[in-house]
Each structure stands twice: as structure tokens, then as C-alpha cells.
Write a protein that binds this ligand. Structure first.
Ligand code: IVH
Length: 659
């Protein structure tokens, strides 16, 4: 073997192992910088010697060429699923039925992952094929897409041939990120993490799949006996040893329906703290010998069953449909209903997305509707109870004019837009965006205050924010403001002038230019004038920048009003230069876990704060956790932290942690 090949093999091992530690164990041992260096070195070698590129190279993780359709594949053993059951009686009958064949079974109980099942085929320990279930016999080849899923090992710890089955899913965090991005780009939102996972894995362009941060939980080996395995729980252990993410720690055992009910209850308790969606519990007879005795019906295994959690659905009355205008001018109809508790939180509105959605659901003011929390996060209108509809109800009709400025709406695809750049609502939304955490990060300039200041005439455009100090005396007079809070606000405004270019670039609210694009542009062009000057053609040559973004940028900078705004911001001393990547890394190497409902921050915000200081935020408490930040009604993570003697903080301690 040549030295080049040796080095290549070494690099592949280091990088794959680093991914395993990061994405499966949630416990990285090398820094991002080291990882990037190894990765770049490997990329360079592969570019020079493409014939040496290996199937398990981590460079496949970014996706490959887009394809025109998925190839069909036949599963060697059919990919079955279980029958569903929904209540305790059905659990009892299942137990009774099993006990007719196996006198004292042990059941292994596993969270039922809420994604889509995927089969992975390894030859000699290397991933060679991934497939969706399809109809159970014929599925689709999604190998290139599966390689982008970081928790799927490209190479196992043993050089064996094996088929592995598990769930491709999206964590709540990845789901939120994907929807945030959809929103920024004016696209429709995913209704829940399962739809998001299914949509992402079936992308013909695997580069898109790669951006969606999918995950994989392994839970089944079709031919376990080939590896000397005697029980389903041993299969899980074996999968874990091979390098897969499993629910090893969450799985449990039971011997009768009472113990099964107990497990279900305790899992339901933990559910709200899990970072991924589950929709029930899968019950399996543990012993493979017993499984053989029980066998299969023509459709499903007799040795297992899927218990589904009851969907939390609540009835309420639709009182109004209110239209809001986003900063891009997009009009969203919102259901306003009598407040109801769903899964622990009080909700009173839900998005109705667009005209088509309203017409399809046939929502009408006065209807009784059922509300559910999709993916346990965003409230969603499930359906209208037509049998309870009043005779005089009026069908939904999309508005034709902007509810704020009255200008005629323009329809693009399924969405309606207010195209008046001077629309007050668009301006307010734009200003809220300008000041928000991911953009200029002006603490104290939240939604309500921006709206008030706008309506009182203190700020009409982003540059006026930097003139607020002139109105200090007027502001102190306002209700709810004191000297101190005004001083803090003015200080936050002054500080925001020092932000690096990508922040202000994102803050400008250029269509399709989100956080990531802003960063790419800032890094490449260093100062705003370079970005203003660059041609559309040159922009499209930049990685990750396509026609849509390039068009949007050139259009934005061609408008003299926008250039004037930038000039005004510059006059106020706002920085438009890129200030390198160096961050304050006070919390480097520390790991935090959040549990319970937080008040001052959203989970995302607190995660961002900690991560910006170099800390990691993970979902499970281990001996290595540096601290657990506890909100209201904490879950089992709190108990675990106590038992391991991990430091407990509350939200008010954040400043002391950081400093
Ligand atoms: S075992 C023969 N284990 O739920 C069945 N499935 O009906 C082999 N699922 O379609 C699957 N979590 O997609 C198994 N821990 C788990 C699971 C699980 C989720 C999905 C799977 C299957 C359905 C069960």
C-alpha cells in the first residue's frame, strides 16, 4: 500500500470515528478545527487521486449529483410492520394471546420512533445500499441520501455482511431549523418532523438531504441468528457495538400487561424531554426462539405489536381568521380560537398557512375545530367538526387587499403577497427582524417595543434605531420604561454597531438571504461594498448560492433606497466588515443539558448563547455533563443529574455560568 493510501485510510478512520463520537455518542473528543483540517486534507488527496476514493469516505456525507429518479430495490426479507393497538385492553389481549403459545415470555419494550423505516445493507462492514420500505417487498434505493445522515455509520466496527433496519427521523431541533429556513425562504412549512424526514430523505438532490440533519435509530436485524444473537435485546446491544445509535438506555423489559402499562406511563413522562419524536411503544417478545414459535400471520409478525400513544386532540371554537403580513409581504391566515390546553401549554392560535389550506380544510368562523400539537411543538388545526357546523356559516374567502396598507395582493404559487414596500406591517416585521437575536441582537428591542416605537414615530427605518438616543427624554416618559432600561437599550444598540458583517447582512432582510448565506457572503467578500459590486454571474459561482439568491441580491442592491439605508447605517457607525470567526470560548469543552420549561429564554436561544461561548448542549445527562439547567416541571434528566451529583442551575444562573 502506498503512503498516500495509508494516509487516506488513516484520515477516513479518524473522521468517521469523530462523527461517531459527535453524532452517535454525543461526546466529541476532537475540536471542529481539527476535524476541518483532517477533512480538508482528505478532500485534497481524493481530488488528486479520485481512483482511490473509498465507498466509506466521509466526503460522501455532503451528498452527490442530483438524480432523476430513485431505482427500485427488492428487500431480501420483506420489511414488515406491526399491527397497531391503542389501549390497555388491547395490551392485555396481546399478552394473553402470546401466553397461549409461550408460557412465560419476557417482552422487550422500545420507544416507537416517529419517522420512516429504512434498511441498510453492509458488505464487509461497509455501507453499500440503503432503501426505503416501499410496499415492504420493493423499496427505493436511497443510498446517496442515507450517506448524508451523520448517525449512519459508513463503516461498522466489524467487517461483517449484515442488513440493519431502523428509523430515519428528524430531531425536534433539526425540524425547527428546517422550518426556520423554509420560512426565511418563503416556502411552506413542514407540518411535523415525520413529514419533514420523509420529504428530506426522498430528495432527488442529496445535497438538500445533507442540509436537513436527519438521524437514524437502529432497532432490528432481520437475520440475527447469523451473528449468534438469541434475543431482540441482544440485537440492540450488537447494533450499538457496531456503531449505531440505538435506544439501548430507554428500552425496557416486562412480563405482563401491568408491567407494560407501567413502562408506557414512564415513557410518556420522559417523552416531553426527548430530543426526537416518538408516537408509541413497540412490544416485542425478547427470545428469538419464542418469536419462532409465534411466527407470522400472512401480513404481520405475531411476536410483536405497536402501541400508539393517544394523539392529544382538543376541541375548541374558531372565533376568527386573522391575516398577518410577514416582512417579505407574505400573507398568512391564522386561526384564532378560544384558548385551550394542549399537551401542557395554553394555545389560542394556529397558522392556516395559505388560501389552499383553508379551502381544503373548509374552515369557517364559528366552527368547532380540533387542535393538535403537531410533532408536539406547533399547534395545528386537525379538522372541522362538520356535524357541529351552524347553518348560517360563511365559507372562507381569501382577502384581496393587504389587511394593513390596503394594497392589492399578488398571488405567487399558493401564497399571497403584499408587494408594497412601504406597508407598515412589513416595515415593523422587518425592524423586528433587524433587531432580533440572530441578526443585530439588540436586547430590549423586542417585538412589542419595535411596534410601539414605530407607531409613535420614533423609528421608521433601521437607521432610526441608532438615533433613538436623541429621544431618550421622551422614552423615559413612556410607561414601562425607566432610566435604567433605556440606558440598557441604548447600550445594546451601541454594541450592535460592532457586529460582524454577516449579522447586518442578514439583518437587512434581503429575500432568500438567511443566516447561512449571509455568513458565506461575508466570509468571501469581507466588506459590503464588494457584495454590492459583484455581478449576478459571479455570485452563482459561489458554493451554495443559486440563481434565486443571486437574483434577489442583485435586485436588492440595484434599488437606490436600499443603498441609501446602508449609507445611513454606515454614517451611524454600523460596522460592515467581516470580523473573522474568533468567538469567546469561555465554555469550551463544557456540556450542558436543559430540562423543564424555561421562562426567560426559549430553548433555542439558551442553546445559542451557550454554544456561542463554545459549550455543547446535549440531550442526555451523563457523568461528563458539566451542568443541568432546570426550568419548571423538569423531567427525568433532573433526577439523573441529582443521582450523578451534576451541578444544577436555574435560568437566573446563566450570567454566572457565562462569566
Ligand atoms: S421493529 C417487524 N422497532 O414502527 C417489524 N419498529 O409497526 C420490525 N418503528 O414500520 C420493526 N420504532 O417503522 C420496530 N423500535 C422499533 C420501532 C419501529 C418505530 C416503526 C417501524 C415500523 C412500525 C412498527
Amino acid at each position: 500500500m502506498s503512503d498516500i493510501e495509508k494516509r487516506m485510510n488513516e484520515l477516513i478512520d479518524i473522521i468517521n470515528n469523530a462523527s461517531y463520537e459527535y453524532y452517535v455518542l454525543d461526546n466529541p473528543t476532537i475540536t471542529d478545527q481539527e476535524y476541518d483540517d483532517y477533512y480538508t486534507e482528505l478532500q485534497r488527496i481524493e481530488k488528486k487521486y479520485p481512483e482511490l476514493k473509498r465507498d466509506d469516505s466521509p466526503t460522501h456525507r455532503v451528498g452527490g449529483k442530483a438524480i432523476s429518479r430513485f431505482e427500485k430495490v427488492r428487500h431480501e426479507t420483506p420489511m414488515l410492520s406491526f399491527d397497531d393497538i391503542f389501549n390497555e385492553e388491547e395490551i392485555e389481549s396481546f399478552d394473553e394471546r402470546i401466553k397461549k403459545t409461550v408460557s412465560s415470555p419476557t417482552y422487550t419494550l422500545e420507544p416507537k420512533m416517529d419517522g420512516l423505516s429504512g434498511s441498510l445493507l453492509y458488505k464487509n462492514g461497509v455501507l453499500v445500499r440503503a432503501a426505503t420500505r416501499g410496499d415492504g417487498v420493493i423499496g427505493e434505493d436511497i443510498t446517496i441520501n442515507a450517506k448524508t445522515i451523520k448517525s449512519i455509520p459508513l463503516k461498522l466496527t466489524k467487517p461483517i455482511d449484515i442488513e440493519v433496519r431502523g428509523e430515519i427521523y428528524m430531531s425536534f431541533k433539526a425540524f425547527e431549523d428546517a422550518n426556520k429556513k423554509n420560512e426565511e425562504q418563503g416556502k411552506n412549512l413542514f407540518a411535523n418532523p415525520r413529514n419533514a424526514a420523509a420529504g428530506s430523505v426522498r430528495q432527488l438532490d442529496s445535497k438538500i438531504t445533507a442540509q436537513r440533519n436527519l438521524d437514524y435509530m437502529a432497532y432490528f436485524i432481520p437475520n440475527p441468528k447469523d451473528y449468534g444473537i438469541k434475543t431482540q435485546s441482544e440485537s440492540i446491544k450488537f447494533l450499538k457495538e457496531l456503531g449505531f445509535k440505538t435506544n439501548y438506555d430507554l428500552n425496557g423489559f416486562a412480563h405482563n400487561s401491568k408491567e407494560i402499562d407501567g413502562y408506557i406511563r414512564s415513557l410518556q413522562e420522559k417523552r416531553k424531554d426527548l430530543p426526537f419524536p416518538i408516537d408509541g411503544v413497540v412490544l416485542k417478545v425478547d427470545s428469538l426462539e419464542d418469536e419462532d414459535k409465534l411466527g407470522y400471520t400472512s401480513r404481520v409478525p405475531r411476536w410483536g405489536i405497536a402501541y400508539k400513544f393517544p394523539a392529544v386532540e382538543v376541541l375548541t371554537t374558531l372565533n376568527d381568521i386573522k391575516f398577518t403580513v410577514g416582512r417579505t409581504g407574505k400573507i398568512t391566515p391564522n386561526a384564532i380560537f378560544s384558548p385551550v390546553h394542549v399537551d401542557g401549554s395554553l394555545v389560542s392560535k394556529a397558522t392556516l398557512h395559505n388560501e389552499d389550506y383553508c379551502l381544503e380544510k373548509d374552515v369557517r368562523i364559528g366552527d368547532v375545530i380540533s387542535i393538535r400539537k403537531a410533532g408536539d411543538v406547533i399547534p395545528e388545526v386537525v379538522e372541522v367538526k362538520l356535524e357541529r357546523r351552524k347553518d348560517n356559516s360563511i365559507p372562507f374567502k381569501m382577502i384581496e387587499n393587504c389587511p394593513i396598507c390596503g394594497s392589492k395582493l399578488v398571488k405567487k404559487d399558493a401564497m399571497h403577497f403584499c408587494t408594497n414596500n412601504n406597508c407598515d406591517s412589513r416595515k415593523i416585521e422587518g425592524l423586528i427582524h433587524f433587531a432580533s437575536r440572530d441578526t443585530m441582537n439588540i436586547e430590549g428591542l423586542g417585538e412589542r417595543i419595535v411596534e410601539d416605537f414605530y407607531n409613535m414615530g420614533f423609528i421608521k427605518d433601521a437607521a432610526d434605531i441608532f438615533d433613538l438616543k436623541k429621544h431618550k427624554e421622551d422614552l423615559i416618559e413612556l410607561e414601562g420604561f425607566g432610566n435604567k432600561s433605556i440606558d440598557n437599550l441604548l447600550e445594546a444598540i451601541e454594541n450592535s454597531k460592532k457586529n460582524s458583517l454577516e449579522k447586518v447582512l442578514f439583518a437587512l432582510g434581503i429575500r432568500h438571504v438567511g443566516k447561512k448565506t449571509a455568513k458565506i457572503l461575508a466570509k468571501k467578500y469581507k466588506i459590503i461594498d464588494n457584495i454590492i459590486r459583484v455581478s449576478k454571474e459571479e455570485l452563482t459561482e459561489v458554493d451554495d448560492i443559486g440563481d434565486i439568491i443571486a437574483d434577489s441580491l442583485t435586485e436588492y442592491f440595484a434599488d437606490s433606497k436600499n443603498i441609501q439605508l446602508i449609507e445611513k447605517l454606515k454614517e451611524h457607525g454600523v460596522n460592515f466588515e467581516y470580523l473573522s470567526d474568533e468567538t469567546d470560548n469561555k465554555l469550551e469543552g463544557q456540556t450542558f443539558v436543559l430540562t423543564g420549561a424555561l421562562e426567560k429564554y426559549t430553548r433555542d436561544e439558551l442553546t445559542n448563547i451557550l454554544e456561542s461561548k463554545g459549550a455543547k448542549v446535549t440531550s442526555s445527562v451523563t457523568k461528563k455533563t458539566s451542568g443541568v439547567i432546570v426550568g419548571d416541571k423538569p423531567g427525568s434528566k433532573y433526577d439523573k443529574a441529582i443521582s450523578l451529583g451534576i451541578k444544577i442551575y436555574n435560568e437566573n444562573d446563566i450570567d454566572s455560568i457565562i462569566n
